[in-house]
Design a binder for this molecule. Sequence first.
Ligand code: ADP
Ligand code: MN
Length: 180
Amino acid sequence: AAPSAVKRQRPNILVTGTPGTGKTTLSELVALALGYEHINVSELVKAHSLHDGYDEAFDTFILNDDKLCDELEEQLGAATGGYVVDFHTCDVFPERWFDLVVVLRTDNTVLYDRLTERGYSDKKRSENVECEIMQVVLEEARESYQEEIVVELQSDTVEQMESNTERIQEWAKAWLANNA
Ligand code: ADP
Ligand code: MN
């Protein structure tokens, strides 16, 4: 059974996926369309130092899960809801925070080009393309949340970005109708 959460007035949505799949872009569109608040967790981790330093070998911040969850509890644990949370990993959060978990997927060559454009090192780019091929984030989502709330969406084209936004909007509408 799903872990008990407070009864929310609006749903909380998690948008996850390999870096470059389009989480931030989609989250901004969804937040704008629904009038929800977008939380870019990577930015938050940097801005509030919710990490234990920088890992040079992996070219990334070492996330402090406890600090991160303490920081977000007031917002995501509240009854108001209405948050769109954007992060490349999803197993650090309490399950009860989310009503929908969107996993964005991108074709390998499309992702490779996006990460090149972003100026990623060869090593970091290969690691992330491999992570996408191995469906690491999708597996993580399926292990961390109820199957029914995990949705996989393709994010290769602008048309898909638009249809994904509409789909999440429709989902939120249905959630509100069912949870009023
Ligand atoms: P993430 O937050 O997952 O790292 P971004 O939202 O920053 O990804 O998107 C990475 C790049 O890919 C940006 O330049 C963005 O404009 C582009 N992009 C994202 N989603 C799509 C899509 N569905 N189709 C085409 N380009 C996209
Ligand atoms: Mn992003």
